[in-house]
Design a protein around this ligand. Structure first.
Ligand code: SF4
Length: 198
């Protein structure tokens, strides 16, 4: 396991054409990254997810002996798998990646350039802090029992149990009281049909 002294973080700030750079001063963000603890290099790309962008990440990993990567670009929902693959291709464990969302969380929702740049620096600072606590992870497949335990036999628990059963799973519904139905079962009539709740 690395000590904090061994950390070598690389930051890659993406313009996303004008999607980010049109609202955030990405060069200022890149320069700011270099002031953060354990960051040994920060690079700005026009399109980080492009082939040249990914090749630059891999090249920089080799050249600077990086062991943690922060990509400051878009939502991890879009490109995290691609960047994990990318750093894996350069010999790093894919979980040594952190993403800072400068697009959906910043440039697309912060029209004022100065405020957006300030916010982008803050988002990046947090991502670099998180990156300092990343450790390699191994993926493994385990067999699971196709059964579900639902705790609580109120309306929500009963419905969850029914939905799971309808989906073909064995369900165990556990209730501490002698009967199910929860608070609902104690009501006399319910809106809007004035039916007996039971
Ligand atoms: S990595 Fe995300 S933010 Fe950067 S160019 Fe690709 S889509 Fe745009």
């Amino acid at each position: 396991m690395l000590t904090k002294e061994d950390l070598r973080i690389g930051v890659f700030v993406c313009d996303c054409g004008s999607n980010i750079a049109g609202f955030v001063n990405t060069e200022t963000v890149r320069e700011f990254a270099e002031t953060l603890p354990d960051v040994v290099v920060s690079v700005k790309n026009k399109y980080t997810c492009s082939d040249p962008g990914q090749q630059e990440i891999q090249r920089t990993i080799f050249e600077k002996k990086l062991n943690r990567i922060v990509v400051a670009s878009c939502s991890p929902a879009s490109y995290e798998p691609i960047f994990r693959q990318c750093i894996q291709g350069a010999g790093l464990n894919p979980y040594l990646l952190e993403m800072a969302n400068l697009r959906e969380h910043c440039s697309w929702v912060t029209p004022d350039r100065e405020a957006a740049t300030w916010k982008a620096k803050d988002i990046l600072k947090v991502a670099v802090s998180r990156a300092r606590w990343l450790y390699p992870q191994d993926e493994e497949q385990i067999t699971v029992t196709d059964a579900a335990l639902v705790i609580g036999g109120g309306v929500a628990g009963m419905q969850a149990a029914l939905d799971l059963a309808d989906a073909g799973h064995q369900v165990y519904l556990v209730e501490q009281k002698p009967s199910i139905g929860g608070i609902m079962a104690q009501l006399d009539k319910v809106y809007p049909d004035i039916e007996c709740s039971i």
